[in-house]
Design a protein around this ligand. Sequence first.
Ligand SMILES: Cc1cc2nc3c(=O)[nH]c(=O)nc-3n(C[C@H](O)[C@H](O)[C@H](O)COP(=O)(O)OP(=O)(O)OC[C@H]3O[C@@H](n4cnc5c(N)ncnc54)[C@H](O)[C@@H]3O)c2cc1C
Length: 413
Amino acid sequence: MQETQSRQVVIAGAGVAGLTAALAFAERGYRIKLFEQAQHLEAAGAGIQLSPNATRILRQLGVLERLLATAVRPEAVVLKDAATLRKLACVPLGQAAETRWGAPYLVAHRADLQSALMQRVSEQPGIDLIAGSRVTDITAGPKGVAVTASVDGETVEAGCLLIGADGVWSSVRETLARKAAEFGRSRFSGELAWRATVAADSPAGQTFAAIGAADCVTAFLYPGFHMVAYPVSRGTAFNLAAFTRGKRIAEGWSGHADPTSLSSAMRGAAPALVRLASEAAPWTAWPIHTVEQRRWTTPEGIALIGDAAHAMTPFAAQGAAMAIEDAATLAGFVAASPADLEGALTAWEQARRPRVAQVARRGAVNRLAWHAAGPVAMARNLFLAMRSPEKLAADLDWLYGWRALETSDSVSS
Ligand SMILES: Cc1cc2nc3c(=O)[nH]c(=O)nc-3n(C[C@H](O)[C@H](O)[C@H](O)COP(=O)(O)OP(=O)(O)OC[C@H]3O[C@@H](n4cnc5c(N)ncnc54)[C@H](O)[C@@H]3O)c2cc1C
């Protein structure tokens, strides 16, 4: 492999995973070719919660300071019964989160996160972002990985490592799956996320402020349904996300689904919450897909990260956080073993798998608990009532207090 090629990393996809990976590798002296199929980097979706395990890494990469200008630091996560609007539990965030977990818990518009990452990428001369360019083919061999991408025709770019950060419908993963059964496909989870963003001074914004906590993340729990709401864009708007069972709609991030399935799931909920759902319309439906597969890396130098590797349900609000952790740790492992890429990739995958599996399990438990009915819901409410806010925060230490200690070179601030 030529010297230039041995220090070049090719990345497919400039979402949260790809942009973070580009920054983490550039910080360690690698040159980056970052291919993104979209002509303009539009932020998919509305809001995003960024827990301290993710913001700690964003701070180290010089992204957090840019994000803080628009993001909101919520004071708490408040769980409420969607039928009675009674408060069930509260996990303190705000300054308590920074003190406890060493980095802020933030809620932001996705466009603001994307723009903070992009600003930082544009300052790095070693990162070449090529928009409007889809990775279409991959050739991997002992001399590195070559990627074919469409840019006004075709271009071939080679590097020591290809990172498939191309999301839940990853074409890098598809290519690998054609040759090896250990690489999998995405699967519809049977759940739909309904999303809307409302101005704080709109009727929907005022309805939410009256029943929720305007400076917090509020989750309304109901059998078979829950809604999460929080402020974004310096508090000028609220992001609402409701979750129900639903039918698979067209493959892609978002689309149209029959809104009566949202209203039927809310039947019997508090009238003010039902009014909020109607005032916040139109809702965009997001089919939730997951990816489970036995491998994320190949010995020739390909690594899948973020949703391309392990898309998970959003019930722990950790998909983007896992993408950020993946990106930072991968750069740490690869840079720490420049002469043994295969060993570095294997060690990285072994280190990441238990963490990602534990987080995905937490999401599954949240869904069961939040959508519970009857005696299970009563047991949940009793459990929450007996647990102090301090104890509930301590239950999250493993998740939000996480630091990458796997290699001396990994992000560890
Ligand atoms: C309703 C909902 C709420 C969520 N809330 C949260 C939350 O609060 N907190 C959290 O941490 N996570 C949350 N998530 C999860 C989070 O959104 C995802 O895990 C995260 O966006 C994954 O990032 P990614 O970069 O891996 O993939 P993506 O964001 O999908 O980025 C992939 C990029 O690759 C590009 N691409 C695809 N194919 C190619 C190709 N062949 N060549 C070049 N480019 C290509 C795409 O255009 C895209 O830009 C939520 C998810 C959902 C559905």
